[in-house]
Ligand binder design. Structure first.
Ligand code: ACO
Length: 363
């Protein structure tokens, strides 16, 4: 039996549409190419939540409201002391966010959206023994996240690259974490519960946990001339190549292209060493052709995680925090889907087919 629900349509949504055959992603009526690199995360929050809260402010007011939410999160969840110092980073994020009380209102929604952006830098700095940096409510969301990480106003191209990333991963059909959010929302448990459950689904290596291992792969390969042999040996062992393959896309993941454009701006003189980018491009080409030989339908191509890994590394995020940064982008999708489910959906309660023994068959 296929337990992956591959072709099951489980809901209707206005949030996003993933066309896996054409390699196209539509987010609330806009093609990804028209959003990534053109629209800031704050604006996208307004686009994705449109119609889901009666008191949602217009675009001009939304940015300061999100800035205020970052400050509230810092005061509520960071100043009081972060929990989970000895947990993996994503679990520490989950533990910190779990202190937000449940509800369905806009103020909570904005705090949930702000929380991973504020908590991720604070958790990273705590692990380095550095004091947390308070948010600047007037800064752009992505720029502020980098400022809280490094303690200095980021370069324009760095803030723009993170903004592109957060927008690119903001929503993506009924992926595992979003489905999880909708199931929990359908019980009317509240937005915090929906987001925490989604975050728990995201952290698995088959979903949002892959970009860290992409860097482990690049480190293992180390040099372009050993790439082919390394990749063949990994596949012969039965390993999966992280950052490749997707349940829905049969062609190249369109998000990979958007991220590749954004990441290129971070490499060059005075910025990151171009050697890393060149190695990644070589590995992408080598792995694509090896995978195509092994699976000739061409469906095993890079997914969003491959250039995510390079982009977040170039921005100075440690690899154990990558899933949390992913959550900082995807959280608005979870909140939008959860609200759509509450407003227009019903309790999600599918059926299973029992294949165990019946009492009358027991020995
Ligand atoms: N490397 C090597 N082979 C692969 C890979 C890979 N990355 N992905 C799939 N395959 C092979 C499988 O071994 C299988 O081969 P077979 O038919 O000979 O048995 C075939 O392709 C189909 O694989 P499934 O597991 O059925 O594909 P599924 O749709 O369940 O998996 C997934 C999708 C989980 C993303 C998979 O491609 C994978 O494990 N990729 C690596 C992890 C990764 O990059 N995750 C991030 C995904 S993007 C995201 O969630 C944000």
């Amino acid at each position: 039996m296929n337990n992956g629900l591959d072709d099951v349509i489980a809901t209707e949504t206005v949030m996003s549409d993933v066309d896996g055959l054409a390699g196209r992603l539509v987010i609330r009526g806009h093609s990804l190419d028209d959003l990534a690199g053109h629209v800031g995360y704050e604006e996208l929050v307004g686009i994705l939540l449109d119609g889901f809260f009666e008191d949602l402010p217009g675009p001009k007011e939304l940015a300061p409201r999100l800035g205020m939410a970052r400050r509230e999160v810092f005061e509520m969840l960071v100043s009081e002391g972060l929990p989970g110092a000895n947990l993996p980073a994503t679990e520490a994020l989950r533990a910190a966010m779990a202190r937000l009380a449940d509800g369905e209102d806009l103020a909570l929604a904005l705090r949930l959206i702000a929380a991973p952006a504020v908590l991720t830098p604070a958790i990273i700095r705590q692990r380095r023994g550095e004091a947390a940096v308070a948010p600047d409510p007037k800064a752009g969301h992505a720029a502020d996240m980098l400022r809280m990480l490094h303690g200095a106003v980021p370069r324009l191209e760095a803030a723009a690259a993170l903004d592109t990333y957060l927008v690119t991963v903001s929503d993506h059909g009924l992926n595992a974490s979003t489905f999880t959010a909708r199931v929990v929302a359908s019980t009317q448990a509240g937005l915090t519960s929906a987001v925490l459950a989604a975050l728990s689904a995201l952290k698995g290596p088959l979903h949002g946990g892959a970009p860290g291992p992409v860097l482990d792969m690049l480190d293992g390969i180390a040099a372009a001339q050993t790439a082919e042999a390394w990749l063949e040996a990994a596949l012969d062992r039965g390993d999966r190549l992280m950052g490749f393959g997707h349940r829905v896309y049969r062609v190249r993941d369109p998000r990979a292209e958007a991220l590749k454009r954004a990441v290129t701006a971070l490499f060059g003189p005075g910025r990151n060493d171009t050697g890393r980018l060149a190695l990644a491009e070589h590995v992408e080409a080598a792995a694509t052709s090896i995978l195509a030989r092994r699976k000739p339908d061409g469906s095993l191509q890079i997914n969003v995680e491959f250039y995510t890994a390079l982009l977040l590394e170039a921005l100075g995020f440690p690899r154990e925090s990558f899933t949390s940064v992913f959550a900082a982008g995807r959280v608005v999708g979870w909140v939008g889907h959860a609200r759509e489910q509450v407003l227009y959906g019903r309790l999600i309660r599918p059926q299973s087919r029992y294949v165990g023994p019946r009492p009358d068959q027991a020995a």
